[in-house]
Design a protein around this ligand. Sequence first.
Ligand code: 5AD
Ligand code: SF4
Length: 457
Amino acid sequence: MSREELFSVRPLFNPEGRHVYLETYGCQMNVNDSEVVLSILQGAGFTLCEKMDEADLILVNTCSIRDNAEQRVLGRLDLFRQEKKRRPGVVVGVLGCMAERLKDKLLENSAVDIVAGPDAYRDLPRLVEAVTASGKQINTILSHEETYADIAPVRMDKQGVSAFISIMRGCNNVCSYCIVPYVRGAERSRDPESILNEARTLIDAGYREINLLGQNVDSYNWSPADPAEGKLDFAGLLDRVARLDPAVRIRFATSHPKDMSDRVLHTMASHPNICRHIHLPVQSGSDVMLEKMNRKYTRARYMEQIASIRRIMPDCAVTTDVIAGFSGESDEDFEATLSLFREVRYDGAFMFQYSERPGTKASRHYPDDVPAAVKTARLNEIIALQNGISLERNRECVGKFYEVLIEGPSKRSDAELVGRTSQNKTCVFPAGGHRPGEYVNVRVLSCTSATLLCEVV
Ligand code: 5AD
Ligand code: SF4
């Protein structure tokens, strides 16, 4: 294999040799981790296959954020076990957050041969070989340094328009409900030169949108070995990535209200190619809950940040995450969340029921005492409220003009294309000879709560 092939951003294709089938659950960070895993495995002679029954190695990259995410993966393992019965010799590995959380408990599952945590991917080729020689293998060692900075992820998306770059790993915030710090380890920032190189490679390969990823991008902080080189914070990094190519869009996630600075907002405002969208998880509108969640901000401070965003970038969309039914959440607490949603009028939100995660501060100190039926009712109530607000927000777009980056055909028909505005709103419009990766100007004709229906102008 040539050096050039090994550094290709797209998967290698080789009908000979060993094949890996890779499923990914969870966040964008996990999608990007799977791209790192594929790169490492290609280096060890594997090529990607799209069907499980063609695979010598079946891998599932997992999420532990809520119990239902784990249940889904356990269901997949039952299927992989059947595949192993049909074709003995197939090796099955569990990667990522569940591997880290459950460790050798997962090895008790007869489907599983390999357990590898998020910092153990370089070890995968060795683990795979060792299975044949000596049976089940595990590596769940977390690292203070690993950022996979030198590994060129192999992109598995279909269209080649939008790609992820992880700028940091791990998390140092101990939100009391959250499993992430335990399964992803301590926060570490990646060398900016390696980030910029990866971005340049993507741009050269035709990508038109780069998503910078981290659990808390606002605490990105690069301190070089040589202090003369100077430190770099997230605003500085964003500025450098945005300068690479004004025709390439930059997005980022996730922002943390306790760390997001006006400097980041001003950097966004000064670069038209940094998308006008901030994902700013609030989790609750009640100060009592925020304190117990250890979020380190108050509702009032959060609202000040929303005001800053709108003052500095009036056209910026804001989305959020929220949890219904956290420990001790009263009707008043939940009402505070609803009223915050009415005040902010988010463009969109990811809404969840609280799911107690073993080992977290909440699981040790705060009882999971909101009845399941109440959690569900609250979740439904906030979803209904937000759907109404999303629809109103989208109606405000009708009649207006937007620049859209085309991502691919629409789900319904090849005669229609899908793309997004800078504000991250999904637009559907007649294809008319346009292609993924192009920018087009559209006018919004009508909308649903999720989509803007447009014409190209
Ligand atoms: N239960 C429910 N939702 C959770 N999240 C994180 N931990 C939990 C949990 N234990 C949500 C938060 C976070 C998003 C990624 O998932 O809203 O922002
Ligand atoms: Fe991503 Fe968190 Fe799920 Fe891990 S647990 S995959 S970090 S969302």
